[in-house]
Design a protein. Structure first.
Ligand SMILES: Cc1cc2nc3c(=O)[nH]c(=O)nc-3n(C[C@H](O)[C@H](O)[C@H](O)COP(=O)(O)OP(=O)(O)OC[C@H]3O[C@@H](n4cnc5c(N)ncnc54)[C@H](O)[C@@H]3O)c2cc1C
Length: 387
C-alpha cells in the first residue's frame, strides 16, 4: 500500500464520487497551469487577473450548484472542492467566485423574480457580467442591521442614498446587490453600473487580498424601478442566508490555502541542508509539519462532513459558523508556521505561504469575524444571543 499523501492524510479523495474527483482534478490542473503562475505578480501589483474570468466561466465555476439558467447543477461537495482548489491558487480567486456564485447568483436565484433570474443568471454564469454583494458599511460590518443606506418610495420607483465599504468585485461589477433599509424593513436592490448617482472607488494599499478588487460604493439619489427590488429579499435574515452559502465555500477554501503552504514547505525542507542534513530530517521540523497536517486534516474532514449535512438539508448556521471559524483559524496558523519554516526566503513572494497568510487575515475577518462565529456557536449552545 502506498503511503498516504501528506496533504490528503485521511484519503478524503476516496469519499468522493467519480464526478467529484473529475471536477477536483480539472480545477486543480487549471489552478496549477493558469492561476498559480500569475498570483505573485498580481499580489505585488494589486491587480485582479480579469483574464481568468472567461476561463472560470468556461469551466462552469460560476453558480456551480444552481440548476438551470446555464449553471452546472453540481453537488455542494463539488462546490467545496472547487473552492478548495481555487484558494490553493489564491484567496482572491476563490473570493471572486464565492461572491459571484453564492452572494450574487445565489441571492438572485433564491430571492429574485423569474424575470430577474432569466435576465441575470445566464450572463453571470457565462462571466460576461460580474456582480457584487454590498452589505457592509463603515460604521460596523459585524452589526449590519444598523445599516444607514436607505431606500424610499418615489412613485413607482425607489430612491437609494448611502454608502457601502469593503465590497469585493465592487470596482469590476456590472450589477450590485445593494442592501438598504426602507420604511418596511431591510430590502435588496439590483443596481446596475452606470446608473446615475452610483459610483465605485477602488480601495488601494490593502496588505491582504491584493489580487482582489475591493471598493467603496457611493449611492447618491440613485433611482431604480420597483422591478430592481428582489421580491423575496426581506429582512436581514435574507442577507444572512446568502452569507451562509458563501461561508460554506470559505470553510473549504481555507483548506486549499493550508495545503499549498504545507506542500511548499515539504519540498523546501527536503532540499534545504543545514547542519549537514536536510532540514526535513530534524525532529522539530517533523513535529511542526505533523502538527500542520493534523490541523489541515481536521479542517478537511469538517468541511466534508459539513457538505454532507448540507446535501441532506441539515446544515445549520451554527454548523457553518463553526466550520468557517475552525478552518480559517487552522489555515492562518498553518500559513504562519510554514512561513517561518522557510526562514528569510519565506518573506518574499517567491514562496506562497506569506501571501496566503496575509490573504487569510481578510478571510478570517470577512463574512463574519472569528469572534462573531464564536458568538453564533455560543448562542446555539446556550440559547442566549450575546451580541
Ligand atoms: C478585503 C475585504 C473584502 C470584503 N468584501 C465584502 C463584500 O464583498 N461585501 C460586504 O458586504 N462586506 C465585505 N467585507 C466586509 C467584512 O464583511 C467586514 O469587514 C466584517 O464583517 C467585519 O466588519 P468591520 O470590518 O466593520 O469590523 P467591526 O464590525 O467593527 O469589528 C471590529 C472588531 O470587533 C469585534 N466584535 C464585533 N462585535 C463584537 C461583539 N459583540 N463582541 C465581541 N467582539 C466583537 C470583531 O470580531 C472585530 O474583531 C470585506 C472586507 C474585507 C477586508
Amino acid at each position: 500500500m502506498s503511503p498516504p499523501e501528506p496533504v490528503d492524510f485521511f484519503d478524503i479523495r476516496a469519499l468522493l464520487d467519480d464526478d467529484e474527483r473529475l471536477i477536483r482534478d480539472t480545477v486543480a490542473r487549471f489552478v496549477d497551469r493558469e492561476v498559480a503562475p500569475l498570483m505573485a505578480e498580481c499580489f505585488a501589483t494589486e491587480r485582479f487577473p480579469s483574464e481568468l474570468v472567461a476561463r472560470l466561466a468556461e469551466l462552469g465555476l460560476f453558480g456551480a450548484t444552481l440548476r438551470g439558467y446555464g449553471c452546472a447543477g453540481l453537488s455542494h461537495t463539488a462546490y467545496g472542492l472547487i473552492c478548495e482548489e481555487l484558494e490553493r491558487g489564491d484567496s482572491s480567486i476563490r473570493s471572486c467566485v464565492s461572491v459571484q456564485s453564492s452572494l450574487v447568483m445565489g441571492c438572485i436565484f433564491a430571492c429574485g423574480s423569474e424575470e430577474q433570474r432569466s435576465r441575470w443568471l445566464p450572463e453571470l454564469a457565462r462571466g460576461t457580467k460580474l456582480g457584487c454583494f454590498a452589505l457592509t458599511e463603515s460604521h460596523g460590518g459585524s452589526d449590519p442591521g444598523r445599516m444607514r443606506t436607505h431606500a424610499r418610495r418615489h412613485g413607482g420607483d425607489w430612491v437609494i442614498d448611502g454608502a457601502k465599504l469593503w465590497i469585493t468585485n465592487g470596482a469590476l461589477e456590472d450589477v450590485a446587490i445593494v442592501w438598504a433599509v426602507t420604511d418596511d424593513g431591510i430590502k435588496a436592490f439590483l443596481v446596475e453600473k452606470g446608473t446615475s448617482g452610483f459610483r465605485s472607488h477602488v480601495i488601494k494599499n490593502k496588505l491582504s487580498l491584493r489580487a482582489s478588487s475591493t471598493a467603496e460604493l457611493e449611492l447618491a439619489d440613485v433611482h431604480v424601478p420597483d422591478s430592481a427590488r428582489l421580491p423575496d429579499a426581506n429582512g436581514l435574515k435574507a442577507a444572512l442566508r446568502c452569507l451562509d452559502e458563501a461561508r460554506f465555500g470559505i470553510a473549504w477554501g481555507a483548506c486549499g490555502a493550508a495545503r499549498d503552504c504545507i506542500d511548499t514547505v515539504l519540498s523546501y525542507t527536503q532540499s534545504r541542508e543545514l547542519f549537514g542534513r536536510p532540514l526535513s530530517h530534524t525532529q522539530l521540523i517533523q513535529t511542526r509539519l505533523a502538527n500542520d497536517v493534523r490541523q489541515l486534516t481536521a479542517a478537511q474532514l469538517l468541511a466534508w462532513r459539513l457538505a454532507k449535512l448540507k446535501e441532506a438539508g441539515a446544515a445549520t448556521t451554527a454548523h457553518i459558523s463553526l466550520a468557517k471559524w475552525n478552518n480559517v483559524r487552522a489555515a492562518l496558523d498553518v500559513a504562519r508556521d510554514c512561513r517561518d519554516m522557510l526562514g528569510a526566503a519565506g518573506v518574499t513572494l517567491d514562496h506562497s505561504p506569506m501571501r496566503h497568510m496575509l490573504n487569510l487575515e481578510t478571510v478570517i475577518t470577512y463574512e463574519g469575524t472569528e469572534s462573531i462565529h464564536e458568538l453564533i456557536v455560543g448562542r446555539e449552545l446556550t440559547g442566549q444571543g450575546a451580541f
